[in-house]
Design a protein around this ligand. Structure first.
Ligand code: HEC
Length: 194
């Protein structure tokens, strides 16, 4: 079978008419060539090296052993005031839940999970509230207010007593009811997977 035969003259004629009809094709191609030859500058002239203050502002994580907790402290009665003002509207006056998740409850079978039946580390409360709550204005609470809220939530869950003061020393020592619902992940990927 023979395909359509295209003569050299036809190809040439086509090429000429394409460049006449679409002159911008050539312009684009030469524009791209120009761009490629531009050297990328070593710096772009904005920003500055991070100083330690910048890093401190962002370095807010709190570890299970309490690393990262700031100075300060608070009890459940300190926290009750802040709770009413900044948290109750979404989580309920007693932490039972509202438009947002319940934070109080010890029954391991209850859903959704709560601080009392699911959270393995008490220090996560400080980390989470400090970085994420109140939902509409995170980052606005002082360390004392946060310690107070942590104490209030733990006392409501009957994990600590009403008058226990939460600080960088006492909070990491709180043993959460759900601590043993989690196991260290030492799986190898074989028969030992739990
Ligand atoms: C405007 C509503 C709103 C307010 C006010 C608010 N929260 Fe929340 N909160 C939420 C929502 C929504 C979530 C669920 C976040 C998600 O998973 O997306 C949440 C999650 C949480 C959790 C984690 C719950 C879990 O088990 O995962 C904690 C703890 C918490 N909030 C504490 C607080 C505290 C303390 C305050 C007051 C300082 C507060 N919240 C104020 C809406 C709110």
């Amino acid at each position: 079978m023979t395909g359509p035969r295209v003569s050299v003259t036809t190809v040439l004629a086509l090429a000429i008419s394409v460049s006449l009809l679409f002159p911008h094709i050539q312009t684009l191609a030469s524009g791209q060539r120009r761009q490629r030859s531009v050297q990328t500058p070593r710096t772009f002239g904005f920003g500055r090296p991070a100083v330690s203050d910048d890093i401190t502002r962002l370095d807010i994580d709190v570890m299970p052993d309490g690393t990262g907790l700031p100075l300060g402290g608070g009890t459940a009665s300190d926290g009750a005031r802040t709770w009413k003002q900044s948290c109750a509207g979404c989580h309920g006056s007693e932490g039972q839940g509202g438009t947002a998740a319940p934070l109080v409850g010890r029954d391991p079978a209850a859903r959704p999970p709560t601080v009392g039946n699911y959270w393995p580390y008490a220090t996560t409360l400080y980390d989470y509230i400090n970085r994420a709550m109140p939902r509409t204005s995170p980052g606005t609470l002082t360390p004392n207010q946060i310690y107070g809220l942590v104490a209030w939530i733990l006392a409501k869950n009957k994990v600590i007593s009403e008058d226990a003061r939460m600080t960088a020393e006492t909070l990491p020592a709180v043993l959460m009811p759900a601590r043993n619902r989690f196991v260290p992940d030492d799986r190898q990927g074989g028969a030992e997977v739990r």
